[in-house]
Design a protein around this ligand. Structure first.
Ligand code: MOS
Length: 727
């Protein structure tokens, strides 16, 4: 019997989604629902002196205008230890608890009304008088006084520096050197589904329908805000329309919705506007990275020096793993990597697909292209010459690493040997043609997860876990795992997720859902099959015929007068992370065409080849990867948050002004997988896929732009003015 694992099974939630039957957060309309609209601060630093709500309250249908002057003081009990998704230093914004303004766009009031339009009108009529102070929303200025993150004893804290050998001495002595700084702007997730919350109190219990990647954390975080037991809060989120890391934390608007519901004694919906979302949730922080590579004449790296400065808010230290790629990607004997923070009057950044890793990888892979030229080597040859056979920083072997195969398959499929040998050396009509490539990696993680499986009288199984599915296909992949473990047809498996009442699951982030929840589903279903077999040893279950198996389960339960048979399992990681360095790897190839007179740029081809452990579903995996690659294209060419330091305000907080790539920006995108089966991270052989797909894409494209034009552009995004050399 063929396994479903490894097959391109159609999305099991696809029909519900295309029929509009999949219920997203803002689709929930409990009886008596009222609507909240945020009033956002118009200054970046200072205080609210006066809030005049007279006109707002006169709008028909308005129920309440909530602000720091009339809001209840909430408990905001500290979460100990802090969750992996919350910054380790600083305090999250406390909604409507005082008059301080820390960034432009900060929610300072909430108008609640019978209808959303009434609430919006009321919010627009709130008159605010501020005492403004000098703010800083200029990254260049903030970077001048950047400082290391403060130390924290909290788990999941990141090292602010990495060292091996004397990198400065090795760099000074190196015959070949690259010393360059790379800038990458703030990038915003801009998921199609806006964030939003519906809050309803039933006496002292709170139900939240909330857009989140982690119902369990959302529950605990909001319970701490209100100082109530965790199990007084239930969070429901069966579908997420894209999140990319933006829905890992419990953002201030979630608490605002819950507070409003408490005050008006009705369910309240709060969906920030698209413009407000740019400051209601986080974003990828702006960075500047100085990268120094020292190498021998043959291109063998002798030194890597990596200095990162990243933006954060004034109230929290958001840090990420940007210095890790320089330590792991290549076999350099010496390394000095330092991470520093530039606090600004902005909302706190947050994880965005491959947080930190995509950033650090960008600098290393751009610098490697420069080193290849300095050494007169093909960029791919340079990478192979510096291939890391083990993790030199952790001093651990890789659990598995098929990056050589990724390079080989990618080079062959892409036609890398046809790369123009000199920059701006090939034309096709008015177009300059360029090829570029980059390596990618993403560390794989696994966390404890639980699943419940229940065989029913008809031989079908219901499997549950408080996991999430922001689009990659959790429903489908878990259904495949359960169907294989129980030898059932896909249609006989019903998988449910996204409710904090279900068995606990980790964050649907960090690419760890498959290894974590998948292992739990696998274990629970295996246990259930064993239990079923143990009911009656004389009956031989026909494990080679799925429909017969379903009938056999039904007959078994009937014979024993059972209406159900259940198993619940917690699956935990072992000590693999102490014995191995576990990463997904990839190689990305890009072809660009540029009209040098008009700076018109087309990405003619984008190819990603990935080694990410076993691929549970090649169809959803490919879809997930090409989506991530388009995200990388946005990073390379179009996306940037622009703050105007005079007002401290994000100038392009809309989908008209914040440019996302569209189909016309890309002609061909393909993702391939090299076979891997890595049992170190769990029985399924997976490493996790999500994050890796965005890594390496931007440097591959920028390196291709160099190959086409001979112009080194070290500041993203590569807009036409930069191609023309105008800025
Ligand atoms: Mo991912 S940035 O952990 O959703």
């Amino acid at each position: 019997m063929k396994n479903f694992i490894g097959q391109p099974v159609d999305r099991v939630d696809g029909p519900a989604k295309v029929r509009g039957k999949a219920c997203y957060t803002a689709d929930v309309h409990p009886p008596g629902l009222a609507y909240g609209v945020i009033v956002a601060a118009a200054i970046a630093k200072g205080h609210v002196v006066r809030l005049d709500t007279v006109a707002a309250e006169a709008v028909p249908g308005v129920i309440s205008v909530i602000h720091h002057g009339n809001a209840p003081q909430l408990a905001y009990a500290p979460m100990e230890p802090r969750s992996m998704v919350d910054p380790k230093v600083g305090e999250a914004l406390r909604i409507f608890q005082d008059d301080a303004v820390l960034f432009s766009g900060q929610p300072i009031a909430l108008a609640v009304a019978e209808e959303p339009e009434q609430a919006a009108q009321a919010a627009a009529l709130v008159r605010v008088t501020y005492a403004a102070e000098a703010a800083n929303s200029d990254f260049a200025r903030a970077s001048q006084t950047a400082r290391p993150p403060r130390q924290s004893a909290q788990p999941w804290s990141r090292p602010a520096e990495l060292r091996r050998g004397d990198a400065d001495a090795a760099f000074a002595a190196a015959p070949r050197r690259v010393d360059a700084s790379y800038e990458q702007p703030a990038e915003f997730h801009c998921a199609i589904e806006p964030h939003g919350t519906i809050a309803r109190w039933d006496h002292d219990h709170l139900t939240l329908w909330d857009k989140t990647q982690w119902v369990d954390h959302d529950r605990t975080a909001i319970a701490h805000v209100f100082g109530i037991p965790d199990d007084y809060v239930r969070v429901i989120c069966p579908f997420v329309g894209g999140a990319f890391g933006s829905a890992l934390r419990a953002w201030p608007h979630v608490a605002a919705a819950a507070m409003a519901s408490l005050l008006v004694n009705r369910p309240v919906q709060l969906v920030p506007t698209r413009r407000q979302l740019f400051s209601a949730i986080g974003y990828r922080p702006q960075t500047v990275q100085r990268l120094r590579l020292g190498a021998g004449e043959d291109g063998r790296l002798t030194a890597v020096i990596h200095e990162v400065v990243a933006q954060t808010s004034v109230y929290e230290e958001y840090t990420e793993a940007s210095i890790e790629p320089s330590a792991m990607l290549y076999a350099a004997p010496t390394l000095r990597a330092d991470y520093r923070l530039a606090p600004m009057n902005v909302n706190t950044p947050c994880p965005m697909r491959a947080p930190g890793i995509v950033t650090g990888n960008l600098a290393v892979e751009l610098a490697m292209d420069e080193l290849a030229e300095t050494c007169g080597l093909d960029p791919l040859k340079l990478r192979l010459r510096n291939y890391a056979e083990s993790d030199a920083q952790k001093r651990l072997p890789w659990s598995s690493k098929s990056l050589r195969q990724c390079y080989a398959v990618g080079a062959e499929r892409f036609g890398w040997s046809q790369r123009p040998a000199t920059a701006s050396g090939r034309r096709h009509g008015r177009w300059l043609i360029g090829y570029g490539m980059a390596s990618a990696l993403y560390p794989a993680h696994r966390a404890p997860a639980s699943a419940h499986a229940e065989l029913r009288a008809d031989g079908t199984v219901a499997v549950t876990s408080a996991a999430g599915d922001m689009g990659p296909g959790t429903y489908t992949a878990m259904t495949q795992v359960a169907a294989d473990a129980l030898a059932l047809p896909i249609a006989a498996v019903h998988f449910e997720l996204g409710d904090s009442l279900l068995p606990s699951a980790p964050a649907h982030g960090g690419s760890m859902t498959m290894a974590s929840v998948g292992s739990a589903v696998h274990a629970a279903c295996q246990e259930l099959r064993t239990k079923a077999q143990e009911l009656d040893q004389r009956v031989r279950l026909p494990g080679d015929d799925r429909l017969a198996m379903q009938r056999a389960y039904a007959q078994l339960l009937a014979r024993h007068r059972l209406d159900r048979l259940t198993a619940e399992t917690e699956a935990k990681p072992g000590e693999e992370a102490e014995r191995y360095s576990i990463c997904a790897f990839g190689a990305v190839f890009a072809e660009v065409r540029i009209d040098p007179d008009l700076a018109e740029l087309r990405v003619a081809r984008l190819l990603g080849v990935y080694a990410a452990g076993r691929i549970i579903n090649p169809k959803t995996a490919r879809s997930q990867c090409i989506g991530g690659m388009v995200g990388g294209l946005g990073m390379a060419l179009t996306e940037q948050g622009l703050w105007d330091d005079r007002l401290g305000r994000l100038m392009n907080a809309s989908l008209a002004d914040y440019l996302m790539p569209v189909n016309a920006d890309l002609q061909s995108v393909e993702a391939l997988f090299v076979p891997e089966n890595d049992r170190h991270l769990g029985p399924l052989g997976v490493k996790g896929l999500a994050e890796i797909a965005v890594v390496g894409v931007a440097p591959a494209i920028v390196n291709a732009i160099y190959n086409a034009t001979g112009r080194r552009i070290r500041s993203l995004p590569v807009t036409p003015d930069k191609i023309l050399g105008l800025s």
